[in-house]
Write a protein that binds this ligand. Structure first.
Ligand code: FAD
Ligand code: SF4
Length: 321
């Protein structure tokens, strides 16, 4: 299948324009179609594309096909050995049945769980219906974001996998009408600003083909997910940490947060404070303060600020032990 091209699905997608959608595992898309939130004119099934392999790259990194199922990725020997933070994040998400269906590409593109977004009958939602307002800001917003919000949208990005991939500095490979391109995960998701309906840099008809991971910067890796119940629940706050520790000092570290940001949230501020410093609780606390410094909570989700801080401290302690 080396010479396979994505010509057919891409040309169908091009023909349907922005009204068509790729469908992979369907665990996000079919739900939203049943709710009447997504109403694509055409579905292009991409599950038969030869994108279900995990390959080791010459530089020691990993190339993950967009159709690799979440269960297969979580249990892949290379992931378990070199990217345990990714395995932990995947296994903390959804349920075994959902993970057996959900794909790498679909997981990156899952939509927010904001209840107003998912209910087209009641409540204004700028993401679902641009310009209609945001019912969550004055309504129920306990699960919503505290970082990266705008006056137009405070919805949380729900993916666990993408948070781990952010800490691992993944690159997303895309093929579309304009050819192939690759985008660092840090540039892939957009902040809501005044266009919360535009969630990422994909253009109509763009297909995610792979995700590439560079070799991990360190072996100290933890994904810590804090939530209302132990399984089958989205994060209130989560932290992915990848760290290299030598002689008790943090030589390199990556910190990303989930459940609190409008996109998977990398904290360069926390990383800068930790790099070169002794791995001590004092430094972990300073890093946690820095990571949450820009938080803008609303009354129902103000608790997330302290919850996320504690999550950062605890995951740093675990990853550097
Ligand atoms: C009850 C429930 C609980 C859940 N709990 C969690 C949780 O705790 N943590 C978590 O992270 N997730 C959770 N999820 C979300 C789940 O992980 C996602 O639904 C799943 O990963 C989406 O993958 P999929 O292949 O089914 O995507 P699909 O539903 O097939 O597609 C999702 C979107 O991606 C697009 N798409 C798919 N593949 C491609 C591609 N290759 N290129 C371009 N576009 C593409 C589709 O057009 C669609 O817009 C939960 C879901 C449910 C239903
Ligand atoms: S938070 Fe975003 S997704 Fe939720 S109602 Fe407001 S605009 Fe819609």
């Amino acid at each position: 299948m080396q010479n396979f091209t994505y010509e057919q699905p891409l040309s169908i997608a091009k023909a349907t324009g922005s009204s068509g959608k790729f469908i992979a595992g369907g665990t996000t898309l079919v739900d939203l179609m049943k709710l009447g939130v997504e109403t694509p004119a055409a579905l292009v099934d991409v599950t038969a594309l030869p994108l279900d392999q995990v390959e080791t790259l010459p530089n020691g990194g990993l190339r993950i096909g967009a159709m690799v199922r979440n269960s297969d990725l979580a249990n892949h020997p290379e992931v378990l050995k070199n990217y345990p933070v990714l395995s932990q994040a995947l296994l903390s998400g959804a349920s075994p049945q959902l993970r057996n269906m959900a794909t790498t590409g679909g997981n990156l593109l899952q939509r927010t769980r904001c209840p107003y977004f998912r209910d087209p009958v009641s409540g204004a939602c700028n993401k679902r219906n641009p310009g209609s307002g945001c019912a969550a800001i004055e309504g129920h917003h306990r699960m919503m974001a505290i970082l990266g919000t705008s006056e137009h949208c405070i919805a949380t990005h729900p993916s666990d996998m993408s948070v781990a991939m952010t800490a691992l500095e993944a690159t997303i490979l895309i093929e579309g009408a304009k050819g192939k391109r690759s985008v660092a995960i840090g540039d892939f998701y957009k902040l809501p600003g005044d266009t919360p309906h535009i969630e990422n840099v994909l253009e109509p008809g763009d297909l995610i083909t792979h995700v590439e991971l560079p070799p991990a910067i360190g072996k100290g890796q933890v994904y810590l997910k804090l939530r209302d119940r132990a399984s089958y629940e989205f994060a209130l706050s989560s932290t992915a940490v990848v760290a290299k520790v030598e002689s008790g000092h943090i030589r390199a570290v990556r910190v990303a947060l989930g459940g609190v940001g409008t996109r998977p949230w990398r904290s360069h501020e926390a990383e800068a404070l930790l790099t070169g410093k002794p791995a001590t609780p004092e430094h972990f606390k300073l890093a946690a303060e820095a990571a949450l410094k820009g938080a803008k909570p609303h009354p129902e989700n103000a608790f997330k600020v302290e919850l996320a801080r504690r999550g950062v401290v605890r995951s740093l302690k675990m990853a550097t032990a």
